[in-house]
Design a protein. Structure first.
Length: 63
């Protein structure tokens, strides 16, 4: 999974295979650099997996 702001790669996250479409995993990554201002964000999924939710937390924050 990739997260981009405009064309800049912010994070690339490996999503583990669980072997069952109803077994969920939580994955996380820190952004390569802080963002300021308004940006178009694009989340790109690679491979056969489902995305249930996507969100941001502050640095050092928790869900």
């Amino acid at each position: 999974m990739e997260l981009r702001a405009d064309e800049r790669l912010l994070a690339q996250i490996d999503v583990p295979v669980t072997g069952n479409r109803y077994t969920w995993k939580t994955v996380a990554a820190e952004l390569a650099a802080p963002l300021f201002g308004v940006h178009d964000l694009r989340l790109t999924l690679h491979g056969g997996f489902r995305l249930a939710a996507f969100g941001f937390t502050a640095s050092g924050g928790t869900d």
